[in-house]
Design a protein around this ligand. Sequence first.
Ligand SMILES: [Zn+2]
Length: 266
Amino acid sequence: MTGQHCWGYGEDDGPSEWYRYFPIAQGTRQSPINIVSSQAVFNSSLKPLVVSYDQCTSISMSNNGHSVMVEFDDNDDKAVIGGGPLNDSYRLKQFHFHWGSQHDKGSEHTVDGRSYPCELHLVHWNAKSYPTFGEAATASDGLVVIGVFLESGGKHPALDRLTDALYMVRFRGTTAQFNNFNPKCLLPASLEYWTYPGSLTTPPLNESVTWIVLKEPIKVSEKQMERFRKTLLFNGEEEEERIHMGNNFRPPQPLNGRKVQASFKC
Ligand SMILES: [Zn+2]
């Protein structure tokens, strides 16, 4: 590691080393987890998830050296989620992806031990209880992340606008304008979900996330996944070494007695 908060997905700075700088990595409420579908408890009082993204306005796309992220105007309740296990509505802040360098792995959550090639995270914060995203990110009920699995299949028409823009943020630390993208198009037809209390899956690994992991994956083509793997780099433009971004996922963490609830019966 070169800096105090330098972390990544390499041999020397990857997930197994994060605890050195972020001791909460060994906490009791860490994410992701392996979801054992037969042990998830159906809870009939869980409400359907309500996604209200109609007025949603994306602003930018950026490469933060760990993933590619699309950010939203979150100054008011333009894009919120509610219902499900939530008592409040939560505002959309950003979404990003985790993926493998090959198609046999890449997702952070696994289901019955199975990995998907990619996982989308839509990050929301509790603007009813906290004045800023930063404050929400340190509170136990501050964040809600919706996880969506991507699996290999036919081409996903709506994803092309995003993959076509990736070249603009090839290098770490670059940001490009990226307007009017509504991530509603990246949700599957069914919003059935598993939910459990967890954490950010990247440093600082705060235990502030209510996870909502959708059961139904969306299908994307292998060609579309290759755009992620081949376009984006972990490096800045000034660096000579070029490492393709990929395998930017944390492996499953211990459940520590947490219960995973399901909105549906197996
Ligand atoms: Zn993530």
